[in-house]
Design a protein around this ligand. Sequence first.
Ligand SMILES: Cc1cc2nc3c(=O)[nH]c(=O)nc-3n(C[C@H](O)[C@H](O)[C@H](O)COP(=O)(O)O)c2cc1C
Length: 367
Amino acid sequence: MLPAVLDDAQALVLASSGARRQRALRAQAGAYVAASKLASKAGDGQLAWLAADRAATAAGLADATALSAVAAYQAACALLRLPGRLSDAETIAVAAAADIGPTATGDDADLLSARGSLLLLAALVAARRNDAQAARRYLTEAASAAEQLGRDDNRLWTAFGPTNVVIHEISVAVTLGQPDEAAKTRRSSRLTMDAYSRTTGQVLYLVVCAAPPARRIGELVELTQRLGWTVCIIATPQAAEWVDVDGLAHQTGYPVRSTYKHPDDPDVLPPADAIAVAPATFNTINKWAAGISDTFALGILNEALGLGLPIVVSPYAKPPLAAHAAFARSLQFLRDSGVTLTATEAIRPDRPDEPFRWSAVTHALPG
Ligand SMILES: Cc1cc2nc3c(=O)[nH]c(=O)nc-3n(C[C@H](O)[C@H](O)[C@H](O)COP(=O)(O)O)c2cc1C
């Protein structure tokens, strides 16, 4: 369909003159911006660049400043798809934002949105270059544009607004290896769960209890991330003392939660699509089956049962504990409630120097 639209736009430009021609050129620029977006998403940087260049030509002929800036944005995105063009992408984005200048007023939402989205892109690229100072400067300027705009909008397909600035602040902090900054931004932001769910794939809450495999839980995080899950770690208070909380926050991009939040604090985690409990201790399994919610992890697990979320549990308890009658009773209750259980200690390796058998968990996750 897009090639036909591009042909029609070209025919319209050729057939018209005066003000009509200006309008036709703007439509043509918009069609090429769409083509560039599509090519970029499909991973074809060259084609995306070509389409962005044509968008820029049409926007220039139409004397449409905001459209020219959006074409430059697409050109920068295209360059990000091409090897070794990172700093060229930043140069284009910064130059196009400077062309508009900070004088854009709240009256011109198109210009503010184009300038803001260029600055956000520049911030991401600067963070990738590990230039924290430049990234923060661009973010500050983008935040000021968003403030002037005063709302979340989608002018000229930019999706620019205060929420998008917060999302980029988090991305920049994570890219720069500053998970505390990211968590702080999330806590202080007005970012809604809705916005989170738009930016992530399927979300897996990984509940970690205080048994030896917890010390290597980063391995399971990596495996589940490779399967496409966005992973959030919820540790029992005891397990939180055994794991590298900062390292896991960096790895997942989300703070490790182990305590209930203050009633006035916003939720910092996106809603879960599935839950895995690994390792699941004797203690947590028995308390869960009894409906006790005295840790944040148990609160999440009890809620998840009520919500009917897919849950995979990998119990980890030595034979004397596993032989306890309460344990068998609890496991049966969880099984009857629809929970998928691996064998007890299924993740324990044959020899202590071998890795845990995390595949017992990943194989049981919903496809
Ligand atoms: C070194 C060590 C190893 C432990 N291993 C296990 C274990 O494999 N399985 C288990 O159920 N509990 C194990 N425990 C006991 C739990 O850590 C303990 O019951 C704790 O209260 C569990 O808390 P949680 O269920 O809130 O994580 C171990 C404790 C220590 C100190």
